[in-house]
Structures are given as C-alpha cells and as structure tokens.
Design a protein around this ligand. Structure first.
Ligand SMILES: [Zn+2]
Length: 172
C-alpha cells in the first residue's frame, strides 16, 4: 500500500478554496453601498467584507470607475417613431439634461448640415472650457470640440446616415 502524504500545497489549496466560498457582495448591493443606500449595519458588514475580500474590492473599484465615466457622459434616447423618419431640424435634450443637441440641414443640400451642442445653464460652469466628443448611435463621430460660451458647433454631412437614437456626448 502506497502511503499518500498530504503536501503543504494541498492544504493551501484547500484553505484557499474554503476562503473563496464566502458570500460575495452583489454588484447591485455594491452600487447601493456606493450611493449610501444601505443601512448603517449592512454598511459596516460590507466594509468589513471589503477589507478581507480582494474580489469584491476590485469589483467596487471597477464600479467606481464606471460611475465616474458615466457621470461624464450624457445620451439622447428617441422614441422609435422619431428615429424612423426624423423631421429636420432636430432639437433634443439629453437624458441627463446636460446638453441640447440641434442638427439642422442646409437648405439647398439636405445631406449637409450643422450640429450644435449647447450646455444647459445648470451645467455651464462645470463643462465650460472642456473638450467634448459627440457620437451617434452607431459610434460615428459627429462633433469634437471645446465648449466655449456654453456651445460647440460643427459641420456635418451624410445626415440621413446619422443614428439619432443613442447619441452620446462624452467629456474628453
Ligand atoms: Zn467578496
């Protein structure tokens, strides 16, 4: 009979696998935790878990980074009917209320036009002087520029190709 010895590595593996089997914090709860939407008692438990758990603290860090990125973005969602056949000129406010996007075609050349992004008055101080990038729902870049006097404007072509639903404005 061969004597089977347990190596230190086996013990370590066992220990690690048992450690892994703790109840991780769900993304939803981490999100609530970030936004101070959990009870004080639960908050203390989560913090204690985060100190011990590299998996969850990494998730939290990623969530914080994603949230920061999302805060620097705003988006236009249109109703299905509006995306099907837009009526020009189009003037829409982004979901977060930060920007008003206007696209107006040239009178003689309807495929060419002008895009203007105006920063809502409430956000002017925060966004003034910053670069922004505007992309349509297909990620086509529509405009890139620095906000001056609450505005950025530029020329556009191929207006009928623009996917208006899902226009994203990102602070660069
Ligand atoms: Zn965890």
């Amino acid at each position: 009979m061969v004597k089977k010895s347990i190596s230190l590595k086996d013990i370590l593996n066992l220990w690690v696998s048992q450690k892994k089997d703790t109840n991780h914090i769900s993304i939803d709860e981490l999100y609530d935790f970030l936004n101070q939407n959990v009870s004080l008692e639960r908050r203390a438990e989560i913090m204690e878990h985060l100190i011990r758990c590299s998996v969850c603290s990494k998730k939290l860090k990623e969530l914080m980074e994603a949230e920061e990125k999302a805060n620097a973005m705003d988006v236009v969602f249109l109703k299905a009917a509006a995306t099907f056949k837009p009526e020009w000129p189009i003037r829409v406010q982004t979901e977060g209320g930060k920007y008003i996007v206007t696209i107006s075609p040239h009178e003689e050349e309807p495929e060419r036009g002008l895009i203007t992004v105006e920063v809502d008055r409430y956000w002017t101080r925060q966004i003034e002087g910053r670069p922004i990038v505007v992309r349509d729902g297909n990620k086509r870049e529509l405009l890139r520029g620095t906000v001056i006097n609450g505005k950025v404007a530029g020329k556009l072509d191929k207006l009928s190709d623009i996917e208006l639903n899902g226009i994203i404005i990102e602070q660069g």
